[in-house]
Ligand binder design. Structure first.
Ligand code: FAD
Length: 392
């Protein structure tokens, strides 16, 4: 995105990518529909970035949801708003958008060098010395400005491996520790439960952790839980597990009906009916009924009131956070104090940092790509200002 903006303004741009092709994570994101952004009003959207909201707000205001949707439409991929307010390309895929984007870059004269790794900076007579390695051969290229868009450290097999942390840290840049974000959590399921329900969706549930409750879906995994509601409260859950070793969350399996309502449904129990059947008739999915058996060691409360209360408040003790390599995104990164308003490194004038490398996190819902694109546009603007100041 930064390359596109700069090339459109007449800059000679080279993109350096160490993988055999560019955009692998973007294309991976496309496998689940490519949730480009979220349709909620900008102030609500910005609030999703928590502590980083104030630092990201100007960039998001300058390249907002509408701008991102217009950009996609301009590439022949109009977008639509899904029922949850999330924005997707109409094709529900990344590939067509990506192809036409790459054709645009080509038309703008952007040079893309794949299989070339950035390994740091070096002093040169004029400009910024960029150290590159291609098939073991080192070279130093001189640039007037550099935009680092090296990603976080999740899914390293598609490219972003976080190796930049060491390079920038060694250069004196403060980098907050990288942590998994939008990741699964470990839970000690019994083998029988995993065998039957790994991969099963927990539909229409509410999850409470601390004083926050969110509605949505979750998924049972072989090692625990992941997705929707677990991602939405994931940052607080992760921090609690890091501090205390475990975190107990509470799942409401029937969020549309209160405890009395669930009890009333269970009271319609027929003679000789098993509790499982009664719970199914009360509106619970098979996985939800089995979850109740799982957390009670197969000893469901005999009292209807107690059982109804359990349906509304299933305790799950999460005992670990899935690895960074398997998480959707990365928390931590280049500290905010290290960059100016246009994301230029204060210690390295002319070098800008964008996307997941910066120290922000957000839930899934299109917020990750929105902030990535917005920071890239802002940094491109910053590059132009920087070049303009030096060569008025
Ligand atoms: C499975 C999955 C699904 C996702 N779905 C969504 C979604 O639907 N919506 C959403 O908003 N977000 C989604 N995301 C998150 C989103 O893809 C990322 O937030 C976004 O791609 C971050 O962009 P970035 O440019 O900062 O980093 P990246 O997209 O990771 O790009 C960084 C690039 O830099 C390259 N690189 C790294 N180090 C070097 C080096 N030293 N030299 C040269 N090249 C280097 C990497 O190979 C990579 O191509 C998803 C993520 C995953 C893993």
């Amino acid at each position: 995105m930064a390359a596109e903006q700069l090339a459109a303004e007449g800059c000679a741009v080279t993109v350096v990518e160490h993988m055999p092709s560019v955009g692998r994570k973007f294309l991976l994101a496309g496998r689940s529909g490519l949730n480009l952004t979220h349709s909620e009003p900008t102030p609500d959207l910005v609030a999703r970035y928590g502590d980083s909201a104030a630092r990201l707000a100007p960039a998001i205001a300058a390249f907002d949801t509408a701008a991102l949707r217009a950009w996609a439409a301009g590439l022949g991929e109009p977008t639509f708003v899904g029922s949850s307010g999330r924005v997707f390309p109409e094709s529900f895929r990344a590939t067509p958008l990506f192809r036409s984007w790459m054709a645009r870059l080509d038309g703008l004269g952007v040079t893309i060098r794949t299989g070339v790794r950035w390994t740091g900076f070096e002093k040169v007579d004029a400009g910024i010395g960029v150290r590159l390695v291609e098939q073991g051969v080192e070279e130093t290229a001189a640039a007037d400005a550099v935009v680092l868009a090296l990603g976080g450290a999740s899914w390293p097999k598609v490219g972003s491996d976080g190796a930049w942390v060491e390079i920038l840290s060694a250069a004196g840049v403060t980098v907050s520790d990288l942590h998994p974000a939008n990741c699964g959590f470990a839970l000690d399921w019994t083998p029988a439960f995993v065998e039957r329900f790994a991969g099963a969706p927990l539909k229409n549930v509410a999850l409470t952790f601390g004083d926050r409750t969110v509605r949505g879906e979750g998924v049972v995994t072989e090692s625990g839980v992941e997705s929707g509601v677990f991602y939405a409260l994931g940052a607080a859950i992760r921090d609690a597990i890091e501090a205390d070793g475990t975190a107990t969350v509470y799942l409401d399996l029937h969020p549309d009906v209160d405890v009395a309502g669930v009890a009333a449904r269970l009271a319609r129990r027929r003679a000789k009916e098993t509790w499982s059947t009664s719970l199914r008739r009360a509106g619970l999915a098979l996985v939800a009924v089995s979850l109740l058996r799982e957390v009670t060691g197969n000893r469901l409360p005999a009292d209807i009131g107690e059982l109804a209360a359990l349906v509304k408040d299933v305790p799950l003790t999460l005992v670990g956070t899935e690895s960074l390599a398997r998480s959707i995104s990365t928390a931590g990164g280049v500290a905010w104090d290290e960059v100016d308003e246009q994301f230029m490194l204060r210690r390295m004038p002319g070098v800008f940092v964008v996307g997941e490398m910066l120290d922000w996190e957000a839930p899934t819902g299109g917020y990750l790509l929105q902030a990535t694109f917005s920071t890239a546009v802002a940094a491109a603007r910053g590059v132009l200002d920087w070049l303009g100041e030096r060569n008025p």
